[in-house]
Design a protein around this ligand. Structure first.
Ligand code: SAM
Ligand code: SF4
Length: 355
């Protein structure tokens, strides 16, 4: 298969700099296995650092974004993804920043979906622009979608996101349900003093909609001014839910760090992602690429490789890119260093990393 992505999809700057690259199936190569024997099959790709929200735990109100020439253009995002899929990655998640602020998102999704060997293409969004685009995203090959939702109170929503409109996100969730995704999951960060009283309401909301919900422990990433003063562990959240609902542990997994429970007589699964209280590093199957093209071997450690430099110094050299990725895997740390009170990983803004 040969196709090009690039013309008309780059910003004027990017068009001048990034030549469209042919999409061809890479030759088969050895799988990505790190020094601890973990096979890397999952890529999380931050397709932009930009966002229409400024969630208090993710960004500062006056957040500055990278200039466009420093972030990867669509042809580069595709080249990186193609390299990983050629190395055995089977699942790709587009995240950000907010992926839906990219006007070319649907074209990018379609091109990634067409990569030979890719089994699963998924997306994480804040839902604000989903009402208009859910069908197109589903049609582009995305079968599972995560939508972030931390509160059902419009005023609180505006405070937590600094400018978000809850109604738009709720409309986005309904549009996703109507679009027929195989699985829809809410991602919820519980910040003790801000929304801890809504845990049961959020579970009821997921139950009523027939969708899943995962609670994520807040992580000390980046240098944002806000950090919760009370830390809510997954165990506390689970106990709160168990006070009203029967939670049946399940061994089901989506290949990620979440532990899941079922609620009887409902399709809803409740998940817990617990970077603090449950170290999942031994089963880590993923790497991340930031919106500026840094390959991050671990969310909570500094090890990285500058893929952007490689893409720009050797455009079209897929073999070199794959070899560099293979070699970088040797740097993958055994585990993160999150612990209560741990200082932030410097310079790691969640919107650039892709949460
Ligand atoms: N903008 C999209 C969204 O909000 O879903 C995708 C990017 S966002 C960085 C991905 C996920 O990271 C969201 O569910 C968000 O709540 C979560 N997140 C952001 N900062 C976090 C932090 N410091 N700790 C834990 N989760 C965080
Ligand atoms: Fe934007 Fe998502 Fe970060 Fe909120 S969590 S500011 S929606 S990137």
């Amino acid at each position: 298969m040969t196709r090009t992505l690039g013309k008309g999809q780059n910003s004027p700057n990017e068009t001048a700099r990034v030549k469209p690259m042919p999409i061809t199936a890479p030759p088969p190569g050895p799988d990505l296995v790190d020094p601890f024997g973990r096979r890397i099959t999952y890529l999380r790709l931050s397709v932009t650092d930009r966002c229409d929200f400024r969630c208090i735990y993710c960004m500062d109100p006056d957040q500055r974004f990278a200039s466009r020439d420093l972030t990867l253009g669509p042809a580069e995002l595709l080249a990186v993804t193609r390299a990983f899929v050629g190395l055995g990655v089977r699942k790709v998640r587009l995240t950000g920043g907010e992926p839906l602020v990219r006007p070319d998102l649907i074209e990018l999704l379609s091109a990634i979906h067409a990569l030979p060997g890719l089994a699963e293409l998924v997306l994480t969004t804040n839902g604000s622009q989903l009402a208009a685009r859910a069908h197109a995203i589903r049609a582009a090959g995305v079968r599972r979608i995560n939508i972030s939702l931390d509160t059902l109170n419009p005023e609180r929503f505006r405070l937590l996101t600094r400018n978000g409109d809850l109604d738009r996100v709720l409309a986005g969730i309904d549009a996703a349900i109507a679009a027929g995704f195989d699985r829809i999951k809410l991602n919820t960060v519980i910040l003790g003093e801000r929304n801890g009283d809504e845990i049961l309401d959020l579970v009821r909301f997921a139950l009523n909609k027939g969708i899943n919900i995962s609670f994520i422990e807040e992580m000390p990433l980046g240098e944002v001014a806000y950090r919760p003063t009370t830390h809510y562990s997954s165990e506390q959240i689970r106990a709160r839910i168990a006070s009203r609902f029967t939670l049946i542990p399940t061994t089901e997994t989506t290949g990620g760090p979440a532990r899941y429970y079922r609620i009887p007589d409902s399709p809803t699964r409740v998940g817990f992602i617990s970077p603090h209280s449950h170290n999942f590093c031994a089963d880590c199957n993923r790497v991340r690429v930031t919106s500026e093209g840094q390959l991050l071997l671990c969310l909570g450690r500094e090890a990285s490789l500058d893929l952007r430099a490689m893409l720009r110094n050797h455009p079209g050299d897929d073999a070199r890119l794959r070899q560099a990725i293979r070699e970088a895997l040797r740097m993958k740390p055994e585990g993160h260093s999150f612990a209560n009170g741990m200082p932030t990983v410097m310079g790691r803004q969640m919107n650039r990393i892709g949460g």
